[in-house]
Design a protein around this ligand. Structure first.
Ligand code: CA2
Length: 150
């Protein structure tokens, strides 16, 4: 089983600013954490980060035929991108949305998540641990689905 882990704009700057919101660890620590979570869940993973909406759409499209599921933190594009929503719907793979911060407790403009409309679950406000929860949820969702379909 293989998951694509997709991160959106500015997440490559983690640890540089706003540690009160996003924590003080950097993006390579996040990648190392995600890799260890995938090992724990016994899934393969490929981790992507892009600051560009169209590139994120390309990555989601490439998940089709290459991955069994998607964990995505679309970052600011969460709240604006119908292109990312459409790409997630088009590939029709189970996807879990993750946010380091609890977007429901933040500004009004963060209260809508377009990407979330195509996801089976949202994990928010748990920092890096949210990625672990997302990976484990997606794994158990797929294991259940496979056992139901024989
Ligand atoms: O909480 C999350 O994970 C977010 O997806 C993070 C986005 C934000 O736009 C979303 O509303 C919620 C921002 C990602 C990167 O932000 C940084 C800001 C300063 C320094 C480093 C990263």
């Amino acid at each position: 089983m293989k998951f694509y882990i997709i991160n959106g704009p500015n997440l490559n700057l983690l640890g540089l600013r706003e540690p009160d919101i996003y924590g003080s660890e950097n993006y390579s620590s996040l990648c190392a954490f995600v890799e260890s979570c995938c090992k724990e869940a016994q899934v393969e993973c490929e981790i992507f980060q892009s600051n560009h909406e169209g590139e994120l759409v390309d990555i989601i499209q490439s998940a089709y035929n290459n991955a069994d599921g998607i964990v995505i933190n679309p970052a600011a594009y969460t709240h604006t991108s119908i292109a990312i929503l459409d790409a997630l719907k088009a590939v029709n793979l189970p996807a879990v949305e993750v946010h380091l911060s609890d977007i429901s407790l933040r500004e009004d403009f963060r209260q809508i998540s377009y990407a979330g409309m195509a996801c089976i679950k949202t994990v928010k406000g748990m920092g890096f641990e949210g990625y672990r929860q997302a990976i484990l949820y997606l794994k158990s969702y797929l294991v259940k689905k496979i056992s139901l379909n024989g």
